[in-house]
Design a protein. Structure first.
Length: 250
């Protein structure tokens, strides 16, 4: 089974080495690694190019934002399964892909997901939040559930059948895509109950009340785009679920 991993980056020189090396150090060998750079103004491109042919494909050009860059990566991907790891984030250990592939091979699933931790941007050994997501139950999206986006490894055939990231949303396109795949089209999931990804704290959907308000509005729009009707409290429960992540559970 061939796995494509995609990293999207813009001005990520300070952190992208961690992301790249967490991919290149994976024990699973059949990995296609694609890096999409939005024409960074720092030395991101120089860092990426220093890894030479160990990175399968590198594209550096202007884009229309994060999700446009992700779609570029998807169009280049040739793997059976696709995962994303952004330039601020990294895989927690070197057997992540190996364990994910094993689960694909032993279960009849379309996607695998796991847990995620948020770490201090400067001291990645310090855990700020622990997202223990648990097994999916049908209808869970109505109660504010979603899996951590970057822990999701999804078959390329699912993207081909149900589409890529919408550019109609600025911060909730990942939520919309998972809502579409899992809740609307009911793809089959397998849960790997361990931490797969470490994410540096912060992000456009979580920083400040203004951005949180915009994210809530976009979450509601994600349901409308799919012709779905949430409960009146659905998009309110989604951020409230994060309160349970504040105490590390390692």
């Amino acid at each position: 089974m061939k796995v494509t991993i995609i990293t999207v980056v813009y001005n990520g020189a300070k952190t992208i080495r961690d992301s790249i090396e967490s991919v290149l150090n994976q024990t699973y060998s059949n990995i296609e690694y694609i890096v999409i750079d939005g024409n960074s103004k720092d030395n991101t491109a120089e860092i990426v190019r220093s890894y030479g042919s160990r990175i399968t494909r590198f594209v550096s050009e202007p884009d229309k934002g994060l999700y446009d860059a992700m779609n570029k990566g998807l169009r280049l991907a040739t793997g059976d399964v696709i995962g994303f790891i952004n330039s601020d984030d990294f895989y927690k250990h070197n057997q992540v892909v190996e364990k994910v592939v094993r689960l694909f091979e032993t279960t009849d699933c379309d996607a695998v997901y796991g847990d995620e931790i948020y770490v201090d941007p400067d001291n990645t050994e310090k855990i700020d939040r622990y997202w223990k997501v648990g097994e999916y139950r049908e209808g869970a999206f109505l109660w504010g559930w979603m899996p951590p986006h970057l822990t999701c490894f999804i078959k390329r055939s699912v993207y081909e059948q149900y589409g890529n990231y919408t550019l109609k949303l600025k911060s909730s396109s990942d939520y919309e895509l998972l809502l579409r795949f899992i809740h609307k089209h009911r793809i089959k999931l397998s849960y790997l109950p361990e931490v797969l990804v470490a994410m540096r704290s912060g992000g456009i959907s979580n920083a400040g009340l203004k951005n949180r308000w915009r994210a809530n509005r976009e979450d509601r729009e994600a349901w409308r785009l799919n012709g779905l009707r949430p409960y009146f409290f659905t998009v309110l429960l989604k951020p409230l679920r994060k309160l349970d992540q504040l105490l590390p559970k390692l």
